[in-house]
Structures are given as C-alpha cells and as structure tokens.
Design a binder for this molecule. Structure first.
Ligand code: C2E
Ligand code: MG
Ligand code: MG
Ligand code: MG
Length: 288
C-alpha cells in the first residue's frame, strides 16, 4: 500500500515535471518571437547620489509582456533565454535600445545595462559595444555594463581579456549583486571594475540583522580603498537610506528612489528631458 502510494506520487511528480518542461519550452518558443512582435520593452530605474538625492543615471531592465500570460519576470525568462542562446539577440536588443534612448537625453546621465554571463563569454562583446556606441553616438563614459560574478567566474582568463578590451572603449563596468557569489574579494581586486553594487538582500536584512550593517560598512571601506564607487540596491525605506548615508555609501537605487518605469513615463514626469528626434527622414513634409 505504502509502496503504491509512493509510486503514485512519483508518477504525479513526473507529470508535474513534464508539464513544467512543456511550459518552459512553449515560453521559450514565444520569447523567440517577442522582439519581432514588439512585446519587449526596457524600463529604467533611477540611480541617485545618496548625500544629495541627485540623479546620476538609470539602469535598463528588460520587460516582457506575453500576449496570454501577461507580464513575465526577467528572473523567469532570462534563464530560458540563456539556455536557448537567445540571450545573445535579446542582450543586443537591450544594449542598442538603451544606448539609443540615452543618446536622446539632454542631461549627461549614465545608462546601465545588464549583461548575462552567456553574452560575456560567447558574443564578440567588445565589437558589439564599439558598434552600438558608434551607431547611437552615445558618449562611451555614459554607458555602464553590469556583470555578475558568474560572468567572470566561468573563465577568468578570457573574462579578464574581454573586460580589458571593453574598458578600452571607455565604458564603465559594475559588479552586480555583490556579496551573493563565492570569490567576491578575489574577483573584485583582480578585475578592473568601476563600481560595486551591494546586493539588495543586505540592505533589506539590515534592520533585522545588525551584523549586515557591518558587512555594508566593510564593502564601503573596500570600495573607498580600491577607488570604486559603491551603490546600494533595493532601498525601500527612509531608514535604509539614512543608514546608508551614515555608512558613507555614495550611491543608491530602489523603490523608495524610483520604480523601474518606461522612458515615456519618466519624460512625462519631468525626470528626464529628451532632445527632439533626429529629423533625417521627417525633414520632407508630405503633401496631403
Ligand atoms: P538586477 O540587475 O540586480 O536588477 C535589480 C532588480 O531589483 C530589478 O528586478 C529591479 O526591479 C529590482 N528592484 C529595484 N529596486 C528594488 C527594491 O527596492 N526592492 C526590491 N525588492 N526589488 C527592487 P527585475 O527588473 O525583475 O530584474 C531581475 C533581474 O533580471 C536583474 O537583477 C537582472 O539580473 C536580470 N535582468 C533584467 N534585465 C536584464 C537584461 O536586460 N539583461 C540581462 N542579462 N539580465 C537582466
Ligand atoms: Mg543590474
Ligand atoms: Mg543587482
Ligand atoms: Mg540580480
């Protein structure tokens, strides 16, 4: 009896797994058409100077509105895109879109773009970055690429070479989700990063676990001694913002400072002002 219960539940389990594999496969196929069908967009989340509240730039975050399933989190579809290799196309699309957008901004704000480890290792990334900068005429110092440790972890030697080539284009490189990986200190010291982004889990645990503040303090000191900017992610409350200010963390990002929003919204709110679009094709007025 017990045995048949077990085999029945294993059977259910397998069905469940099978169903999930099917769902993932279907989602992955849909994602392939998402660019062409205009279902992808980029949301921008503000990054500010903690001491003054001044806007420094925006992080570009990919959004997918599925026609049947609605909004799907990048935490779900980015891994799918990495498995299928589609991340190379998606990543290029995000980079180009973000640079095109930022090139229209009247203020010299930075735009930060996330790179997947797959993109970092497989694509000819330095060439892509050079091409996109040339096409969009965005000043290289206004572009920042966000990498996680897994990107540099998988093949350290190649990663260092790639990163040096990328740095030669004049763009900045940030280490995202700092503190969640394994060889954090080693990675940080041996790669030419410009910025550390402290993972949001530290900021969010700080009130319940004061030892987390000791970690934040240490990272701020580390950043200072290595000459790196330090940004705290996931700031949701005034308390967190005040704590980070007291700890000398220079930059912040989080729902308190601004939610990820479409560029149109940020323009409507007056947060960003844009130059009128280039008039190369609209210069000739059409006769009615
Ligand atoms: P990330 O790069 O660490 O981005 C920060 C994430 O934290 C974003 O989630 C953002 O919406 C969220 N966030 C910002 N402020 C707060 C806050 O105050 N509280 C909380 N709880 N969350 C906050 P999102 O947009 O869902 O993206 C999740 C992850 O997906 C990103 O983490 C990044 O790893 C990945 N991702 C997003 N867009 C891209 C992309 O274009 N390319 C690649 N390769 N990955 C992307
Ligand atoms: Mg990021
Ligand atoms: Mg992060
Ligand atoms: Mg993340």
């Amino acid at each position: 009896r017990a045995k048949s219960d077990i085999s029945r539940s294993i059977c259910f389990y397998e069905k469940d797994m099978d169903q999930r594999v099917k769902e993932r496969r279907a989602m992955s196929a849909d994602l392939r058409d998402a660019i062409a069908h205009g279902q992808l967009s980029v949301a921008y989340q503000v990054q500010t100077r903690v001491s003054t509240g001044e806007t420094l730039g925006y992080e570009a975050l990919l959004r997918w509105e599925h026609p049947q399933l609605g909004f799907i989190s990048p935490e779900t579809f980015i891994p799918l895109a990495e498995e299928s290799g589609l991340i190379l196309d998606l990543g290029e699309w995000v980079l180009r879109t973000a640079c095109e957008d930022a090139a229209t901004w009247t203020q010299p704000l930075t735009v930060a773009v996330n790179l997947s480890a797959v993109q970092f290792i497989h694509a000819d990334l330095p060439k892509l970055v050079r091409d996109v900068l040339a096409e969009t005429r965005l000043q290289p110092s206004r572009l920042e690429l966000e990498l996680t440790e897994t990107a540099v972890f998988s093949d350290g030697h190649r990663a260092r070479h790639l990163m040096e080539q990328i740095k030669q284009t004049g763009v900045k490189v940030a280490l995202d989700d700092f503190g969640t990986g394994y060889s954090s200190l080693d990675t940080l010291v041996s790669f030419p990063f410009d910025k550390i982004k402290i993972d949001k889990s530290f900021i969010q645990e700080a009130h319940s676990n004061p030892q987390t503040i000791a970690i934040i303090r240490a990272v701020v000191a580390l950043g200072r001694s290595l000459g790196l900017a330090v940004l705290a992610e996931g700031i949701e409350s005034e308390e967190q913002l005040n704590m980070l200010h007291m700890e000398g963390c220079s930059e912040g990002q989080g729902y308190l400072l601004g939610r990820p929003s479409p560029l149109k919204q940020l323009v409507a709110d007056g947060a960003i002002t844009v130059n009128p679009p280039r008039t190369a094709s609209s210069g000739v007025a059409r006769a009615h």
